[in-house]
Design a binder for this molecule. Structure first.
Ligand code: ADP
Ligand code: AMP
Length: 219
């Protein structure tokens, strides 16, 4: 089972991705998480891309495709995986296809602009684990502390308003063609494509996704 979550930044892909991967026992692969880890640990790639990510621009296809290639070769991907934040450009989508990594299911998250801004402005993350919180919608048990480790939560540097605006623009220009591409594949019967209203609470969205996956796939 290979699932792709599509949707603008802040629509809840990471939050739902976690539920899906826990339920179906497949790894969640978030290129954003992998890149943030690289930046945090200041490794070779991290130093190169820090500025790009903070400014809300897209990291070059060559770098992210390479990261994905290495990640999906790992043993835990044998039964499938969930991609969160990849592919984000048509070249990245072609990369999967040319490497015979066919996708079974794409789910597009739809949330209006104002709500996206509200979600992103309150987002807090636990850097080490990628756990996601929100100061109003999903607050941690103790303010600014991770529920499991008690370590501090951070505000992503690219969650500043200027960066967010840039990311939303990039999404429209670079990622809309990916959505078109998967919709076309749906017409050809090559994958299942679902569009969901992701403005509800995360529990309701989780239920919607559960129904989609149960009704369409033998899991
Ligand atoms: P994405 O991975 O698409 O960027 P996230 O999963 O990180 O989005 O969610 C963005 C922010 O919105 C986070 O702070 C998260 O806690 C919050 N969030 C996610 N889903 C919902 C929801 N259904 N309702 C309210 N807030 C949500
Ligand atoms: P995300 O955590 O998915 O919101 O991604 C955070 C940032 O990482 C993005 O704004 C980009 O700068 C970079 N990034 C993540 N995934 C990709 C990708 N597939 N292609 C290019 N850049 C990416």
């Amino acid at each position: 089972m290979r699932i792709v979550l599509l949707g603008a930044p802040g629509t809840g892909k990471g939050t739902q991705g976690k539920f899906i991967t826990e339920k179906y026992n497949i790894p969640k692969i978030s290129t954003g998480d992998i890149l943030r880890e690289s930046i945090y640990s200041k490794d070779g790639i991290g130093k190169k891309i820090q500025k790009i990510v903070q400014e809300g621009k897209l990291v070059p296809d060559r770098i992210v495709c390479n990261l994905i290639r290495k990640r999906i070769q790992k043993k835990d991907c044998g039964n499938g995986f969930l991609l969160d934040g990849f592919p984000r450009t048509i070249e990245q989508a072609y990369y999967l296809e040319t490497n015979k990594t066919n996708i079974d299911c794409a789910i597009e998250f739809i949330v209006p602009y104002q709500l996206i801004l509200e979600r992103i402005s309150g987002r807090r993350i636990h850097m080490q684990s990628g756990r996601i919180y929100h100061i109003k919608f999903y607050p941690p048990k103790t303010k600014d502390k991770d529920d499991i480790t008690g370590e501090p939560l951070i505000i992503r540097k690219d969650d500043q308003i200027e960066s967010v605006k840039k990311r939303l623009k990039e999404y429209k220009i670079m990622t809309y063609p990916v959505i078109k591409y998967y919709k076309n594949k749906k017409r050809l019967g090559k994958l299942k494509f679902f569009k969901i209203d992701a403005t509800d609470s995360s529990l309701i969205i989780k239920k919607k996704i559960d129904i989609i996956l149960k009704n369409n796939f033998i899991l």
